[in-house]
Design a protein around this ligand. Structure first.
Ligand code: ATP
Ligand code: MG
Length: 268
């Protein structure tokens, strides 16, 4: 159940797409495997890879719901968002992708291009970022880092960009997602995004995804902001919500609400 919520980031696009836009080439070349530093992961709050850590439990449950209620009916690309900054989008995205990759091929893309943080959280150095691909400076496969153990590929961003809306509105992103959907093995793509009420970036991303997962911070996210976010998302299905930093569950800090709760909330 969606629980009660108490009330209480320039310039025009100057980059020219030089040298022609490279083809996405999603999943074409085998990518080198990158080893993750366990200590860095734990320090950065990524427990989704852990088998016995109680903090991974919420993400394992969330993973199951995702498989059953999103992937099984045909969902492949999921964007994670929230109304405002700091509500836990990246935390949820990173942990969900980690937990999911233990059982299913998973691709994690950082499309919060104003404040990218996925690579840092995983302790990765980004040579070619998603923003470089969107600017036409590299091909898609060179932005991906396949994690050595497991089934996770991470496309991180290298640096903050001011012209993100122009980049996200380009055909390049559409081609990437179309190619992703054609991959064998039905991998799942999880996308980290900016706060939906702050920028139109998330709405530009939402046009290409199969569903949105809404992160709600208990005691902070405002109900009317969620309503506004749902309105902005329009026809993009909100497939679920995550109640984050929940005070009502003692040991795990994420709770999950079925998509029905958001749908019924929308109708009321
Ligand atoms: N359930 C949680 N338990 C503990 N810490 C958390 C939890 N959720 C988020 N955090 C911490 O809160 C901070 C903000 O979280 P995060 O960066 O994921 O938010 P965000 O919504 O992605 O923010 P932004 O809009 O700036 O990208 C981070 O330091 C993160 O580690
Ligand atoms: Mg974030």
């Amino acid at each position: 159940m969606l629980k009660d919520i108490s009330p209480d980031w320039s310039g025009p696009f100057t980059g020219t797409i030089g040298r022609g836009r490279p083809r996405p080439a999603v999943g074409k070349a085998p990518l080198p495997g990158v080893a993750l530093d366990h200590e860095v992961l734990i320090q950065n709050g990524i427990w989704g890879f852990e088998h016995f850590d109680i903090r991974a439990r919420s993400f394992v449950l969330l993973r199951s719901q995702l498989m059953n209620r999103f992937h099984q009916p045909g969902g492949r690309i999921l964007a994670v968002t929230s109304t405002r900054p700091g509500e836990g989008k990246t935390y949820v995205t990173a942990n969900l992708a980690a937990a999911l990759s233990r059982i299913h091929p998973t691709t994690l893309i950082d499309l919060d291009l104003r404040r990218p943080s996925i690579a840092t959280r995983f302790g990765l150095t980004v040579e070619h970022g998603v923003e470089d691909f969107l600017a036409g400076d590299t091909d898609w496969s060179s932005t991906g880092q396949r994690i050595a153990s497991g089934q996770l590929t991470i496309h991180g961003a290298r640096q903050s960009r001011p012209d993100t809306a122009e980049m996200l509105a380009s055909d390049a992103l559409r081609e990437v997602f179309a190619s992703f959907k054609a991959l064998p093995g039905a991998p799942i793509c999880i996308v980290d995004t900016p706060p939906i009420l702050m920028l139109d970036d998330t709405n530009l991303i939402a046009r290409h995804v199969d569903g949105v997962l809404m992160v709600i911070e208990e005691g902070r996210t405002r109900g009317r902001d969620v309503e506004e976010a749902l309105r902005l998302l329009g026809t993009t299905p909100v497939v679920g919500s995550v109640l984050n930093k929940s005070l009502s569950i003692s040991k795990s800090t994420v709770d999950y609400a079925y998509y029905d709760d958001l749908k019924s909330r929308r109708q009321n």
